[in-house]
Design a protein around this ligand. Structure first.
Ligand SMILES: CC(C)(COP(=O)(O)OP(=O)(O)OC[C@H]1O[C@@H](n2cnc3c(N)ncnc32)[C@H](O)[C@@H]1OP(=O)(O)O)[C@@H](O)C(=O)NCCC(=O)NCCS
Length: 231
């Protein structure tokens, strides 16, 4: 092959790489994120509250969550280093309680009481707590930065229907405004629909009504009442 042909081929390759740089960059980033996601869910000592497969291919686009056309579950990796997944036995160590304390007084939760409660919830099988983990935080040990739970309530009414209840939605202060609240709400709502709930409800403060309305929640004429026995 003549040297000028080699130079020409080289130039064509360089131009090709430059014009496709973004695609390569994006593909490599997706690959690394996928790898981290698989590694975080393949540790045998970690138990998830529910099967992560339920979070795949949810119709979250209807709630304004963008989905890559190459990957219908791209919302499970909302940003660099961030992954959305079911709550696991390791999340006490990753600061779940610190995040919950930003919503309400979480009280005295030890590692032992966390594991006991986790086991009870898993046994019942109707709890779907989600977390967003920043896998790069705390020198790569990972930290929980957002959470939200969907609970499926079994009914006799409506032909033995199930109803979804959204609870404990909170995003760590340092991560607010990055659409993680939207993501959690979109995923719990779409999940309750996928699981066949006839409706999904939540209780919220007046300041958060606008936030929830974005996901199709409407104010009901019914009033929320409670009989509180302790804090
Ligand atoms: C409410 C909360 C979950 C929102 O999380 P977030 O990640 O900061 O919200 P996002 O970045 O996803 O916000 C998405 C949109 O909702 C809006 N929004 C955020 N919080 C809102 C609120 N309290 N009321 C109305 N709109 C709100 C944002 O302005 C944004 O609007 P845009 O899409 O037009 O830009 C978060 O502020 C939080 O954890 N608050 C403390 C705990 C709490 O109140 N939880 C709800 C219990 S009822």
């Amino acid at each position: 092959m003549k040297p000028c042909t080699v130079v020409l081929l080289f130039l064509v390759l360089v131009i090709y790489l430059l014009t496709h740089f973004y695609h390569f960059y994006f593909a490599i980033r997706c690959y690394i994120s996928n790898l981290k996601f698989k590694m975080s869910s393949s540790d045998d000592s970690v138990v998830s509250m529910f099967d992560a497969i339920l979070l795949k291919d949810l119709d979250v686009g209807q709630y304004g969550i963008s989905i890559s056309k190459d990957d219908s579950s791209s919302y499970l990796r909302p940003d660099e280093g961030l992954i959305l997944r079911p709550l696991s036995t390791k999340d006490f160590q990753k600061g779940l309680v610190d995040v919950l304390n930003q919503l309400t007084r979480a009280g005295d939760v030890t590692e032992e009481s966390y594991q006991d409660r986790f086991a009870c919830m898993k046994k019942v099988g109707d709890y779907y707590p989600l977390v967003v983990e920043d896998t790069e935080a705390d020198s790569g040990r990972g930290r929980i930065v957002a959470t939200g739970t969907m609970i499926v309530e079994q009914k006799f009414i409506h032909s033995c229907a199930t109803r979804g209840r959204v609870e404990e939605v909170v995003v760590d202060k340092a991560y607010r405004g990055r659409k993680l609240g939207c993501l959690i709400l979109a995923v719990v709502t779409a999940l309750s629909k996928k699981l066949g709930c006839y409706k999904t409800t939540l209780e919220c403060t007046v300041e958060n009504i606008d936030f929830y309305q974005k996901f199709g929640y409407v104010e009901d004429a019914e009033k929320f009442m409670q009989c509180r026995f302790r804090d």
